[in-house]
Design a protein around this ligand. Structure first.
Ligand SMILES: Nc1ncnc2c1ncn2[C@@H]1O[C@H](COP(=O)(O)OP(=O)(O)O)[C@@H](O)[C@H]1O
Ligand SMILES: [Mg+2]
Length: 278
């Protein structure tokens, strides 16, 4: 190969930031010459490798930005441990149509039933499909929104959050929001309404969301927007952690926690079934 052309090609590939193309070029040209590959096949292969590594880098970056507290995958979720959770509903959600349609998903249920696992699993699926995702704990997110509000940066913060196709708000209701927190949260929900998708997890039924915001009027306004285009998955099964501990004999089978869990079933509710405010 002409030395000047060789240098020129490598220089240009660097300028174009085609790092993978450049790094495999020499070896691949040698191999392709031995195999007598057509020029178009060589170009096609090199560009394809570049695209694949760009996709992988972008996926890794979006995963880092998403800020998942742990890695949980949908395929690791054992549906036989939550027998009345309708797998078909989760499969439909995992088609990610709800993101394309800017709809919401709410996972309701007691601790340990897999709400966060499912939310993160869906978040990872969304990232793999090319979406931008952000995971946030409800209380710390509201704290950040309040701080931004105090610094007159709430609009900017909400604009930043609206860049995510999917926002996951975990643990709604573990801690109540004060007035300014509820106000900021309302702004966030209004901004996302019918534009971008959100997944919520909560251990409180919609009827108890008034307690989270300490104000039924604002709770109602928030729920009205969330539930307008929403699939609610109400998991009332056994805590997975408790089940595991029981399996190893660490919990008495007749403890109050296990009696309670025996009474519980998982079911998927429509909006009208669960949407009632005190
Ligand atoms: N059906 C399940 N299959 C596999 N792991 C599960 C299942 N349900 C819960 N887990 C695991 O149990 C733990 C608690 O689940 P988590 O999603 O945090 O519950 P929740 O958010 O409802 O409190 C996590 O480690 C999660 O991966
Ligand atoms: Mg959780």
């Amino acid at each position: 190969m002409n030395g000047l052309v060789y240098e020129h090609l490598h220089h240009n590939l660097k300028l174009l930031k085609l790092a993978t193309f450049e790094s495999i070029l020499d070896n691949y040209l040698e191999l392709a010459a031995k195999e007598g590959q057509a020029t178009i096949e060589i170009i096609d292969y090199l560009i394809d490798q570049e695209l694949q590594s760009k996709d992988a880098r972008s996926q890794a970056l979006r995963t880092r930005i998403a800020g998942f507290p742990v890695e949980k995958r949908l395929e690791d979720f054992k549906f036989d441990c939550q027998p009345s959770l309708d797998q078909a509903v989760i499969k439909e959600i995992a088609s990610l149509r709800f993101i394309h349609n800017a709809e919401n998903i709410v996972f309701l249920g007691p601790p340990g039933v897999g709400k966060t696992h499912l939310a993160i699993g869906l978040g990872i699926e969304a990232i793999n499909a090319g979406f931008r995702v952000q995971f946030a704990n409800a209380s710390s997110m509201v704290e950040k929104l309040e701080k931004a509000d105090q610094e007159n940066r709430l609009e900017e913060k909400l604009r930043n959050l609206s860049r995510f196709h999917l926002l996951i708000i975990d643990e709604m209701g573990y801690l109540p929001f004060d007035d300014s927190g509820a106000h900021c949260f309302f702004q966030l929900i209004s901004k996302r309404y019918e534009k971008t998708a959100t997944i919520f997890t909560s251990n409180k039924s919609f009827g108890e969301w008034g307690d989270i915001f300490r104000d039924n009027v604002i709770a109602s306004a928030i729920l009205d927007r969330i539930l307008h285009h929403c699939t609610t998955v109400n998991i009332k099964g056994d805590s997975y952690r408790l089940r595991e501990r029981r399996r190893y004999g660490l919990v008495q089978p007749n403890s109050s926690e296990s009696i309670q869990s025996k009474k519980q079933n998982a079911k998927v509710l429509s909006r009208s079934e669960e949407f009632s405010l005190p």
